[in-house]
Design a protein around this ligand. Structure first.
Ligand SMILES: NC(=O)C1=CN([C@@H]2O[C@H](COP(=O)(O)OP(=O)(O)OC[C@H]3O[C@@H](n4cnc5c(N)ncnc54)[C@H](O)[C@@H]3O)[C@@H](O)[C@H]2O)C=CC1
Length: 369
């Protein structure tokens, strides 16, 4: 792409009204209309190298134009003497809207992307030159699905995929050639939960999955699933159990967690095994995912060959049994806001509460009395 048309440039600027705010400052007292067009002029590097245009006069709105005296420019009837300033303003018109991040990089404003591929290609190239000149580091470019035609253009300029979601793809570019790329990688883990739900009759809530490997066919297992974005582990476990079995539960503790790698899409897996107290006993299965569910005596569950012969399942049950005998203590969530990031969060721990009264420890709670 070597040139863009005048009309395309007009569209480009039409998406950049935010820029006009800063544009006002160098020409204080001069009003600049956001609706404008321009043509090639001497000294405007960014434009002259890439815009094909035949008009001899250029204007911003209807106001910026060279005067008969070649050293002067006129805007809304006011003479401007600073050619360099005008040239730099013209260049800025062909840059992507972006803001600095705290690591010396830039984040392109995805809400203000130009609407045509040609304009985007020109502005991206100009912006990269500008960021390189300014020694910027990482560039974050989020392209919404509605503008997916811009993806190959960015790739051609050297951008790489970082991650994708349903509505966008994120691309990155690391500028410093002599420094290793410091941009954080895409999220590396998925988070799963499993519910150990034991009733007062020492029966455990188990399910048979509708879709499973042949080795697991017929296995009665704990309800498991993945937590949703922005969902807490404790509420995700309660939700999964409810969805799969219809049983209401109260979260008690994280009993253990497993860390495994290359589980899906080469991502690692954090699996939190949660102890839950049943609040209802009626089973209504989710027949999209689950073939059957029932309350099964704990001894019977443990005696299944796949449980007895499996190091993880066997150990998990041993831990749960130890917890029931007060020989082990899991982790309970405590809600807090850290001034580090100001975000509400859950800290899982099992020590006594603030008043240092051991009776307040979650370890002392007897779930089934
Ligand atoms: N299922 C099990 O026996 C065990 C599960 N876990 C852990 O439990 C957590 C959740 O794992 P699972 O329950 O096994 O999740 P899963 O792989 O069974 O996926 C959960 C649900 O997503 C849907 N799904 C997944 N992939 C699909 C596809 N390609 N097409 C259509 N639907 C699809 C299915 O409805 C499935 O029931 C993970 O952290 C895992 O490590 C740990 C040990 C055993």
């Amino acid at each position: 792409m070597d040139s863009i048309s005048l009309s395309e440039v007009t569209v480009v600027r039409g998406t950049h009204l935010g820029f006009m705010h800063s544009f006002r400052q160098p020409f204080s007292g001069v009003t600049i209309s956001p609706k404008f067009c321009f043509s090639k002029v001497e000294g405007a590097r960014a434009i002259s190298s890439s815009v094909s245009n035949t008009k001899s006069q250029y204007v911003y709105g209807e106001s910026l134009a060279p005067t008969s005296d070649s050293g002067y420019y006129k805007m809304n009837g006011v003479n401007l003497k600073n050619r360099t300033l005008i040239s730099s303003v013209k260049e800025r018109l062909l840059l992507l809207d972006a803001y600095d991040d705290e690591y010396g990089g830039v984040v392109v404003d995805h809400g203000k992307l130009p609407s045509t591929p040609n304009a985007f290609a020109l502005m991206l190239r100009n912006s990269l030159s500008d960021w390189k000149r300014k020694d910027k580091k990482g560039v974050w470019l989020k392209l919404p699905v509605e503008q997916s035609e811009l993806v190959p253009i960015a790739i051609k300029e050297g951008f790489e995929y970082h991650h994708a979601e349903k509505r966008y793809v994120m691309l990155t570019y690391w500028i410093p050639e002599k420094e290793p790329c410091m941009l954080p990688a895409n999220a590396s883990h998925q988070v799963g939960v499993g519910g150990f739900v034991l009733n007062q009759h020492k029966e455990v809530l188990v399910v048979q999955e509708k879709y499973c490997t042949s080795t697991n066919t017929g296995l009665w297992k704990l309800p498991t699933g993945f937590i949703n974005e922005s969902e807490e582990i404790f509420s995700g476990a309660v939700r999964e159990v409810k969805e799969e079995t219809g049983v209401d539960t109260e979260f008690l503790e994280v009993i253990a967690f497993r860390h495994a790698h290359n589980v899906a899409f080469e991502k690692s897996d954090l699996f939190f095994i949660c102890m839950l107290k049943p609040l209802s006993d009626k089973i209504i299965i989710d027949d999209l995912e689950i073939k059957a569910a029932k309350w099964m005596p704990l001894e019977e569950y443990v005696e299944q060959p796949m449980i007895r012969g499996d190091k993880m399942f066997k150990r998990v049950i041993e831990i749960c049994e130890a917890r029931l005998r007060h020989r082990y203590c899991g982790l309970s969530p405590h809600r807090l806001i850290s001034s580090f990031d100001g975000r509400p969060s859950s800290l899982y721990y099992n020590v006594v509460d603030d008043d240092h009264d051991p009776s307040h420890s979650n370890c002392s709670t007897d779930f089934y009395e």
